[in-house]
Design a protein around this ligand. Sequence first.
Ligand SMILES: [Zn+2]
Length: 568
Amino acid sequence: MATPCQFPRLPDATQLSLSMLLCANVAVAQFAPGARTAGDPYLPAIGNGGYDVQHYDLTIHYDPVANTMVSMADITIRATQGLSEFSLDLRGFPGATVEIDGVAVGAAQEGNKLIVTPAVGIAEDRVFHAVVSYSGRPSSIQDPDGSLEGWVRIPQGGFVVNEPMGAMGWFPNNNVPSDKATYDFHITVPTTHTALGNGELVSRIDHGDGTATWNWHMGLPMSSYLSTSTVGLFDYTKTSSATTRGASGNPLEIYNALESTLPAAQKDAAARAVGHQEAIINFIASEIGAPYPFDSAGVVLHRNSLGYALEVQTKAHLSSIPIPLPLLAHEIAHQWFGNCVGPATWREIWFMEAWAMWWEWHWDNRQNGNAATVEQRFADNYQATAEPSRWDTPPADLPDASQLFDDFPVYTRPAMMIEAYRQIVGDSTFFAFQRALLTEYAYNSISGAQLVALARRLAQERSGFEASHLAQLDEFFQQWLYARGKPTLTPTTFFRQLPPRLAIRFISANELEIGWPLAGVEFLLEESGDLSPALWTPVPLSPIVTDGQARVSLVPPTGDRFYRLRRD
Ligand SMILES: [Zn+2]
């Protein structure tokens, strides 16, 4: 709220200038620069504060021979504070200019930040358009682990994969997973080429001058690390599924783009592999009981030196052949876990890889004929004695960003944790947990603490977990996510280390065993010969206090006796 300007009585001219000065000071107090970081624990340089992006409308004219672009990003932004300046992640493109709602504003490149300075402050909650015009050569980015991402050059184009921060190599954005937005892409390339944005193809306009514009629409929120604008020479197909429906309920659209220059036999094999997408999608959707979360799917395949695949939203990008079907299942599972429900920060990369690996294993066993069950994979991985140091890295507390994609701590161990949780709470709770994740965090992000809280809640509501079980579950997640070393809590040990739940059973005709989960609590054991109306009388030796377990000798009963535990 603005503070009214107050100024002392002075001669008129002085009063005027002083009042302007004071009001200007008030205005400055309302507007402050947005933070030039989103505070990511592993990648603190990326992301920006003070705003929330709603939509990116990207117009890209790309020359695949020169590998240069002339582009414009119309970004719809809501200010979350009064902004005197804000920043966008953008690498390269010196000379980028910016307009805000049609008015040219200050723009300066500082490192990988485009600093935007409007002439007047932007009020909190205001929704505005920042239009960035930029041109030059899009870039690939080397990650802390040495791998490449971003606009990766391929012959005749660019293979565009952005995890975790490659997006800033080709368009200005808030380059953190938590700031999701919808997208439109208008990519103009030679008519010989295919341009692939996320989501569904709205139109392809042939300009009659040897170029065409591919218009793609991604109408459901997406993190910028999942965006793409891959351009190349592809065998491109679009089909509408007869068996599978997308998030809107319409037939799922499937867009595949296979490298045109693949030898015929390899191209045929790749086409057969990507033909499994619908079956995999239908399997996962029916097992979870939650529909595929987007309106399209597809595979973009082009051989290159990246050495990895990425779950680009609606269009998995694969960089080598042959295509292993479990890998395809992994990338498809990511559309639910990672893309629909994403990581809050890069600290939660284990979240999406846990689910993608679990589904890869489960699908491989259940639909792909692999004899190894997920239970077996857990046991094998847990019992393996090679490389004991692999347990030293906690998934949610990696030493630094160079380990973001380390196989055991980020993929295998979190998937084992998810499988252990399944065995502990049972299938019914486990799949309800997945549905709850997909309902409560749909098209949003989740933190580790939120995942644990939800897992706990489902265990309590659906598996009858009591206080001691919930405390044990907290310890379980603590060990598997945050602690160095090999977790000791597993499906085998989880209940062994707990007192049994409240139970009374006869050991012999005159001896009862009583177990209950609350240690140190006093109970009264009563007996009666009749339930209604019962005259309960205390059994000798009551009340009973032990650490959760007791044996009670009974006077040999005559006729039927009933026993009950009562807590005073
Ligand atoms: Zn993955």
